[in-house]
Design a protein around this ligand. Structure first.
Ligand SMILES: C[S@@+](CC[C@H](N)C(=O)[O-])C[C@H]1O[C@@H](n2cnc3c(N)ncnc32)[C@H](O)[C@@H]1O
Length: 315
């Protein structure tokens, strides 16, 4: 049964991730399927997991028999898998990195940051992402370290897949949060971790499943295409593939929720998602634009929440 509360420890995101949904959790919680509360839903699937804000939030409130998470970003999925399989070893790697970093002056911290960044990037061409091995633990520790100590706490790569965020000046960054990593590991015991395209989760979906899609935002124009999570972007063709997939899962009687930025924020005539999802329930909720190359465009915007079921708000 999904209907139980506070069974799993209070795990929360261990990486800061572009497009993180923490600020929208309250709006999502008002629009969850009723089957989640009655216990009919026993599976949770999140095919664009990123930092996992929604995954962690839901798992604190409902106990799913099984969760499935997926992302195309190999480095991100490597981190989840290392926490799942080698929690203790990862914690000791991070402990070493943290004590080394904290003991240093700012100049030396910066030097250490760039040393780790280049070691991380140098290993990329030959790195074996397909087969779990001990190198994964060092790499996961580097990812968490870089994410915690880089400017703005992000994971951004260039076309070659190299991490390219500069050093960030923090007095006491939290490089290791042992309790949280242990909590995340506990939650991941009942989670299957997939790496690749969102359609991979197809075979796990049934009528007892709740799926939440948080795809990369649709770029408003070339300059605002902030789709740097992976080497390959997510274009309109992918958004269309996602609509087809949404329909396919609806046909399987799963409960499906999807969020995206509202294109009408920029162009009131742009009905891209309204047209594509016209058979479903579309709501607009206020959000703050957190990341945008163009600082002037930060501010209040609407986010779309699309469901294949009526929510309390659409009734
Ligand atoms: C908006 S972010 C998700 C943010 C997440 N909800 C959070 O709270 O951190 C979108 C994610 O989709 C992933 N992604 C991009 N293309 C993908 C694809 N074809 N299949 C699966 N994941 C993809 C990106 O790597 C990124 O992590």
């Amino acid at each position: 049964m999904a209907k139980q509360t506070k069974l799993v420890p209070a795990a929360r995101p261990f990486l800061k991730w572009a497009g993180g949904k923490t600020q929208l959790l309250n709006e999502f919680s008002k629009r969850l399927p009723n089957d989640l509360k009655t216990g009919k839903i026993t599976k949770y699937i999140e095919p664009f997991i990123g930092g996992g804000a929604v995954f962690f939030y839901l798992n604190q409130r409902f106990s799913f028999k099984k969760s499935y998470i997926c992302d195309v970003n190999e480095e991100l999925i490597l981190s989840y898998r290392v926490i799942q399989r080698s929690t203790k070893k990862l914690i000791s790697e991070l402990e070493m990195l943290e004590s080394d970093y904290i003991s240093k002056s700012e100049v030396k911290r910066e030097k250490l940051f760039y040393e780790i960044r280049s070691a991380f990037n140098q290993k990329l061409p030959d790195f074996k992402f397909k087969k779990y091995n001990s190198d994964w633990i060092e790499r996961a520790a580097q990812i968490i370290f870089l994410n915690r100590t880089c400017y703005n706490g992000l994971f951004r790569v260039n076309q070659k897949g190299e991490f390219n965020v500069p050093f960030g000046r923090y007095k006491k960054p939290e490089i290791l949060n042992e309790d949280n990593l242990n909590d995340v590991a506990t939650l991941l015991k009942t989670t299957k971790i997939l790496c690749g395209d969102f359609t991979q989760c197809r075979k796990f979906v049934d009528d007892k499943t709740f799926i939440y899609f948080d795809p990369p935002y649709r770029p408003l124009n070339q300059s605002s295409s902030f789709t740097s999570y992976a080497k390959n972007g997510f274009c309109d063709k992918d958004q269309l593939r996602l609509v087809d997939f949404f329909k396919e899962l609806d046909d399987k009687n799963a409960k499906v929720m999807l969020s995206n930025s509202d294109p009408k924020n920029e162009n009131p005539d742009d009905s891209f998602f309204d047209d594509l999802f016209s058979d479903y329930y579309i709501e607009r909720v206020p959000a703050k634009r957190m990341i945008n190359c163009n600082g002037a465009r930060r501010g209040n915007i609407n986010e779309l929440i699309i469901t294949n079921y009526r929510t309390k708000k659409t009734k």
